[in-house]
Write a protein that binds this ligand. Sequence first.
Ligand SMILES: Cc1ncc(C[n+]2csc(CCOP(=O)(O)OP(=O)(O)O)c2C)c(N)n1
Ligand code: SF4
Ligand SMILES: [Mg+2]
Length: 351
Amino acid sequence: MTYITKPRLHHPSLPTNKLGYTRRDYEGTISTLCAGCGHDSISAAIVQACFDLELPPHRIAKLSGIGCSSKTPTYFLGSSHGFNSVHGRMPSVLTGANLANKDLIYLGVSGDGDSASIGLGQFAHSIRRGVNMVYIVENNGVYGLTKGQFSATSDRGSKSKRGAVNYDEPIDLIDMALLLGASFVARSFSGDKAQLVPLIEAAITHHGAAFIDCISPCVAFNNHEGSTKSFDFVREHNEAVNRLDVIMGRAEITADYAPGTVETVTQHDGSVLRLRKLAADYDPTDRVAAMTYLQERHAAGEIITGLLYVDPDSRDLHDHLDTVAQPLNALGEAALCPGAAALDKLNASLR
Ligand SMILES: Cc1ncc(C[n+]2csc(CCOP(=O)(O)OP(=O)(O)O)c2C)c(N)n1
Ligand code: SF4
Ligand SMILES: [Mg+2]
């Protein structure tokens, strides 16, 4: 038996959203990950975000590669579409699915091994193409599933469980996402649900490539002294630049804040991101300044979290390709195959 179904019994007075679903309706099977694994907290945050946004589960497609992180889509959104692909290949499968049916919400779940090693090229191209998706890397700095080898995001000088030192420079997927043109970039920590849930909600409402690097400690192989991805290390070095609220449907903003401490960003679909500034000089709409700030703070040993960059006027792959409004998988044969005369005309226009 490769999965354990959750018992359907639950408290009769669990809150429901406007679709009539409880939080349980967004869950999957029982997790088989190690007790305490950070990845399970990310699954719980995804469940909460989809419940809060009142998303119909059948409108969501979850895709992943290979790894403990990539196993997690089995543990959430049990009624959604799912595709568990090959190691590092989630982005191309997601891109293809998105091109065929742009009406679904695409959730790509990956690991640091899956995205920063074997899938680095795939990660890069899906981001630079602006595929409309939420791409979450559950970053624990190791290959958890294959028993704790250093991954490409392990910091130089950090130590494995057995004391071996990593001499390689790390790849920072946030730096790469910014450089490659992602229109939404955030970093969070699996141990900070209050920060992570609104970031996932904002990423879902974002139109374009939304990337979240979520530090997610591996309790089996990378939670010891000498690791920079352990619960203790991340808690001690975590510096959030802002705190986010997502307001759907232009609801009135009622909370009171001191002038200058709140920044609002209105997205494509009318949703408003309300950012309570924790670092006074941080502007999440300035890509170049964000890159400089992150490099400087990284050199000072800090792990910067929060919404790091957002482009409110973002475009996606379909905008770039100027595809028709109707999803391609819903077009009939006549539209997809306009016939020899139309092809002759096109060929003639290119001569
Ligand atoms: C083509 C291929 N190469 C190697 C492997 C072996 N393998 C499975 S998972 C994995 C690394 C997983 O690490 P990560 O993506 O960080 O996920 P984690 O388990 O840490 O969540 C590797 C190397 C594989 N399954 N397929
Ligand atoms: S090996 Fe690590 S990443 Fe995998 S389930 Fe266990 S704690 Fe999580
Ligand atoms: Mg990993």
